[in-house]
Design a protein around this ligand. Structure first.
Ligand SMILES: [Zn+2]
Length: 315
């Protein structure tokens, strides 16, 4: 990144912390270095950063950075979701003013504690520490990224001010999908409030029905909007209905196929009706309707949308 405040050699050192001995040796080989076969991890990192010239270092950063960072962030997200060997248990705000946080990760019979403080004055190279070897050497470990996401979500810093590393293109989406909650834990006989993170998409109740034929058994119309789009030179008009108190499940062709245990309740959902179907039924706000169709996430609405509805029933 052009406006990074630390020098490239330091930056490369941070990044290489995430690689293992084998990967570091592969780098040595690819840049034609000799005499590295017996070196240990930290020696390899020093060897690489000291052997290359400025230009070579800058090229190596460009080649490696994106991969290293997205791999670590991916692991961080898994630990937030709770699907790793070690998962994020809670976050403690140690000092609200300095944005000092402590993240506690728990495994089967171990725990990893990570510390981070991102402020306006240290954002070029924030204060950080971690029980893990990568973070202990100021590398950007997955624990660091969990703290980074929490800090960003909590408004401790603005993403546009972050120049220390490049970031994945979908970083805004990742942060938008994070939800911070509080929980109470007991520490030294006292109850204290800590924070947890979850990913909203993972807890999405409709995920299992995405892409499937579905039946909305019950719903109430809250809004009707007429929309248009252009298709092969023609203007196509349709109606977008917003629904509330929705009971939805796998598509059923007749009442006898209905299974109460398959019903998913959601607070809101959108359905698209063709102009023809709309005029046939003339649904109104407040009407209670049921229908079948295809459920998908609509890229444009960035929400679930049911399409291909052939018939609606008012009740
Ligand atoms: Zn770590």
């Amino acid at each position: 990144m052009a406006n990074r405040k630390i020098d490239d050699k330091t930056s490369l050192n941070y990044l290489l912390q995430s690689l293992n001995v084998k990967e570091l040796k592969e780098i040595c080989k690819s840049v034609n270095l000799k005499g590295y076969s017996r070196l240990k991890k930290n020696e390899l990192i020093d060897f690489i950063t000291n052997s290359l010239d400025e230009n070579e270092i800058s090229i190596l950063i460009q080649e490696q950075e994106k991969n290293i960072i997205s791999n670590e962030i991916e692991v961080a997200l898994k630990k937030i979701k709770g699907i790793e060997r070690e998962n994020l248990s809670y976050i403690k705000i140690l000092n609200e003013k300095n944005h000092e946080i402590e993240l506690v990760f728990k495994g089967f019979n171990w725990k990893t504690v990570s510390y981070l403080s991102i402020t306006d004055s240290n954002i070029d190279d924030p204060e950080r520490d971690c029980d893990c070897r990568i973070g202990g050497n100021l590398g950007f470990c997955n624990h660091f990224w969990a703290g980074f996401l929490f800090s960003a979500k909590n408004g401790f810093f603005k993403l546009k001010n972050w120049t220390l590393t490049s970031l994945p293109e979908d970083i805004d989406d990742i942060i938008n999908n994070i939800e911070i909650k509080t929980k109470t834990i007991e520490e030294n006989g006292k109850e204290i409030t800590v924070y947890t993170m979850r990913l909203i998409k993972i807890d999405d109740p409709l995920a299992s029905l995405n892409g499937q034929s579905v039946t909305v058994y019950e719903s109430e119309i809250t809004k009707i909007q007429q929309r248009e789009y252009e298709f092969e030179g023609n203007i196509v008009s349709y109606y977008l209905l917003s629904l509330k108190n929705v009971k939805i499940g796998p598509k059923i062709a007749r009442k006898s196929e209905f299974r109460e245990e398959n019903v998913i309740k959601v607070n809101e959902l959108k359905v698209r009706l063709s102009e023809k179907l709309y005029h046939k039924n003339m649904p109104q706000k407040g009407d209670k309707i049921s229908f079948s169709g295809q459920l998908n996430i609509d890229a444009f609405l960035k929400a679930y949308l049911i399409k291909n509805v052939r018939k609606i029933t008012k009740f």
